[in-house]
Structure formats: structure tokens, C-alpha cells
Design a protein around this ligand. Sequence first.
Ligand code: SAH
Length: 254
Amino acid sequence: MRRMLRSLALLSATTILLLVSCAMEGVPEAREGDLAAADDPTLRPRQRMVTDQIVARGVTHPALIEALHKVPRHRFVPPSQSSHAYEDRPLPIGLDQTISQPYIVAYMTQALDPGPRDKVLEIGTGSGYQAAVLAEIVREVYSIEIVPELARQAGRTLAELGYENVHVREGDGYRGWPEEAPFDGIIVTAAPRTIPKPLIDQLAMNGRLVIPVGDWYQELVVITRTPEGLVERRTIPVRFVPMTGEVTRDPSMP
Ligand code: SAH
């Protein structure tokens, strides 16, 4: 009996030792994390943005979540706004334009369903943030911005951050980028009242077009080119700046 008790005591001592050593192993890792956070004060706000605003609301695409952790959103807003870069809202980027709320960027990107071999077109480069998120996930990103100063600034920011697979062009995105078509995905981040036909024509087979459509009431529409034809899906209500240029003179407009 006494021997049994002694071996039991020995066993529990071993267990305690094992538990302690496991806990100890965890310590250096936690310290490394703290050091990284101390080096980069934007790491924690970015992690919180992804967890609380995006994953908590149901976004699951793994490569997208990884991209959102990586892209330094504060570099895409004017210096006066950088302390707000990780907040749950859109922000002004100058010239009457905005960078979308992080959740909307994530929702639209997930709806686009991007893959590593995809070639994607974006209409409305704005700050370049959405283009950078896509560049982390897909092969090539082509992006068109109608306001020259924004196109230049976004091009500069993307080059500084080393995004070599993003090609920014200044111009009206209404006619897409025919020289580079077809695209596996097309994402429009300004709202027209009707969907520009040239964009639908530039969708590859199984390609997806994600576009906010409407005037004061806008809905995010997803169009997929399938072997049986185009399939349209209406998703959430959204609020984007209006798409300007040729689309406002579109004869098919109501
Ligand atoms: N995707 C951007 C947010 C864009 S805001 C980001 O991540 O920051 C919408 C942008 O669409 C604005 O910069 C606006 O100038 C641009 N835009 C509006 N109409 C356009 C058109 N016809 N062609 C290209 N860009 C357009």
C-alpha cells in the first residue's frame, strides 16, 4: 500500500513537472510576439481589425485573412488619418474620395473568390489598399483610377511597398482593360446605376464580377460567367461613391 502511494506521488510529481515545462515552453514565444508588437505598433490594431471586424462577421477565405494581416492599411491613408486606419469605418483619402471600411473590402474580396493563379481587374484604385490586398492573393492585378492625382499617389504607395504585380492606370474604367482581358475577377469600388457591358464582356469563363449598383440605394451584385450563361446574385446593401465618366452617359441607363 505504502509503495503504491509512493509511486502515485511520483507520478503526480512527474505530471506537475511536465505541465510546468509545457508552460515554460510557451513563455519565449509570447515574448517574441511582444517584441514584434513593440517594433511595429500597427501589428496589434491590425490583428484586432481582422479578428473583431472581419472574422467575427463571418469572413473565412484563408488567403484573404492572411493578406489583411499583412497589408499596412495605415500606409494607404493620408497622414492626418493614419491613427484611424484600423477603425471600423471608411476614411477620407482626399479629392472627395474614400477608402472603404475594412469589412467591406473583405466582404467584396471574398465574394470575388480570388485564387493564386487569377488575373484581376479593379475599377476605382482610390488609395490602392484593395489592390494591395488582392496582390497578396492573386497573380496579377490591373487597376484603373479616373482621378489622376489619386492614380499617381496609389501607384507611388504600391511601388514603395514593393507590390510589383499591381499595374495602375489613370483613366475611365467603363471600358475595362481590353488589352489584358479576359479576367478571372473584376471588382468595381464605385457605384454605377447600371452595370457597364464592357466589364461583363471581359469576364473569363467562370470569372466573377463584384460591383455595387444603384443610386441612393445600392446593392452589391455578383455576376458569374458559367458555361450555361451569366448568373446574377444580389448580396448586401452598400454605400459607395458614384462611378463617374462614361457610365453616367450610358444610353441603357434608366
Ligand atoms: N478601392 C479603393 C476605394 C475606392 S473609392 C481603395 O481601396 O481605396 C472609389 C474610387 O473610384 C475613387 O477613387 C473614384 O475616383 C474612382 N472612380 C469613380 N469612377 C471611376 C471610373 N469611371 N473609372 C475609374 N475610377 C473611378
